[in-house]
Design a protein around this ligand. Structure first.
Ligand code: MG
Length: 348
């Protein structure tokens, strides 16, 4: 193979959401992302940074960070540890920006090897979980309609943490009995009330509760996990590999997200560590194109739950990637992340 350097390109893009998206703290209709490309010897790897506003990154911060990178100094894309350590050490934070390089590098190297990443890692495509589909906070009539429309999904996810929580669950239960995952986004502050609510949810076929309490309430969360009939999963409390060890005994498991942990390389290490510690594993996402979703999906055969509906919630995806068939993640044999770029004319 002839000698080449890494060529790096990036551009801002704005995802349009199909429905306004409500969580405990806000509601929004768009998500800023940055699309990246790493080229080497005529092969292109695709990557993405997604920046929901509550995480602190934006078009400006990501473009600023990426413009500082001197990836052309690298001549071997398989020096992944060297390249990604360099990127991680340029500046603190900027985890989504870092993930956009990591994801493109994985797509590129997977294409060079000629295999998808789940195979390179040695995972069984037959073991992918069902995807949970998020029903955003809304009026009971709209919740009912959204639930009816989600009939193809085997697991639903709801965001709780408002005073209408029980009404929301009861409205969904008028339509369907499918299991529900609950994400409280740190919305409950009293551990006794939280436990009472978890018992109530347990009777209504809820699978687990994600980040019930604020991340600084570590002792209260550990108490809650100890008492809880349902697994309690860390999201806001866990960002990177080094956070996991401190969460043992505090949570039953962790939610791994590429945009929080700098991408697939660290996510894979987190997954292996959580497995070794016998913790439950969930892989999650932001609103993202099929690029970052397909990247996260490579890990999914080893996870208990996958909250990877991000690309289903947007109107203007840029890639065709991993498919959700009968509610289940269906990985392809295509190398890298298995992406195809959608011709520009068809992007609405
Ligand atoms: Mg969450």
């Amino acid at each position: 193979m002839k000698k080449d350097r890494l060529h790096f390109n990036f551009q801002p893009y704005t995802l349009k959401l199909k429905h306004p998206f409500g969580i405990a703290s806000n509601t929004r209709t768009t998500t800023p992302v940055v699309l990246t490309e790493l080229k080497w010897n005529g092969i292109t790897g695709y990557g993405e940074a997604s920046m929901p506003p509550y995480l602190g990154e934006s078009h400006d911060t990501v473009l600023n960070f990426l413009s500082k990178l001197k990836l052309g100094d690298f001549i071997d894309p398989f020096d992944m540890e060297g390249i990604l350590s360099y990127v991680d050490n340029v500046e603190k934070g900027n985890t989504a920006a870092k993930a956009s390089v990591d994801i493109a590098l994985h797509d590129l190297t997977g294409k060079l090897i000629g295999q998808p990443w789940y195979k390179i890692w040695g995972y069984d495509a037959g073991k992918t979980p069902y995807v949970s589909y998020t029903i955003g906070i809304d009026t009971p009539e709209i919740i009912r309609k959204k639930t009816e429309k989600a009939a193809g999904f085997k697991i639903l996810k709801v965001k709780l943490g408002r005073d209408t929580d029980k009404q929301l669950i009861e409205t969904i239960r008028e339509v369907t009995d499918v299991p529900i995952c609950v994400d409280v986004n740190q919305g409950w502050t009293d551990k006794h009330q939280a436990l009472e609510m978890i018992y109530w949810l347990h009777e209504r076929n809820v699978l687990f509760v994600e980040q019930p309490m604020p991340k600084n309430l570590i002792d209260d969360t550990a108490w809650l996990t100890e008492q809880s009939p349902l697994p309690v999963i860390a999201d806001e409390s866990v960002q990177r590999l080094s956070d996991i060890i401190g969460l043992r005994g505090v949570f039953s498991g962790i939610n791994i997200k590429l945009m929080k942990c700098t991408g697939m390389r660290e996510a894979h290490k987190m997954l292996e560590l959580a497995c070794a510690l016998d913790m439950k594993i969930m892989v999650g996402c932001m609103t993202e194109t099929s690029c970052a979703i397909s990247a996260a999906a490579q890990l999914s055969p080893m996870t208990d739950w996958a909250d990877l509906d991000g690309a289903l919630l947007i109107k203007n995806d840029v890639y065709k990637g991993v498919q959700i068939i009968n509610g289940k993640i269906t990985l392809s044999q295509k190398p890298g992340l298995g992406l195809e770029k959608i011709p520009e004319a068809s992007i609405r």
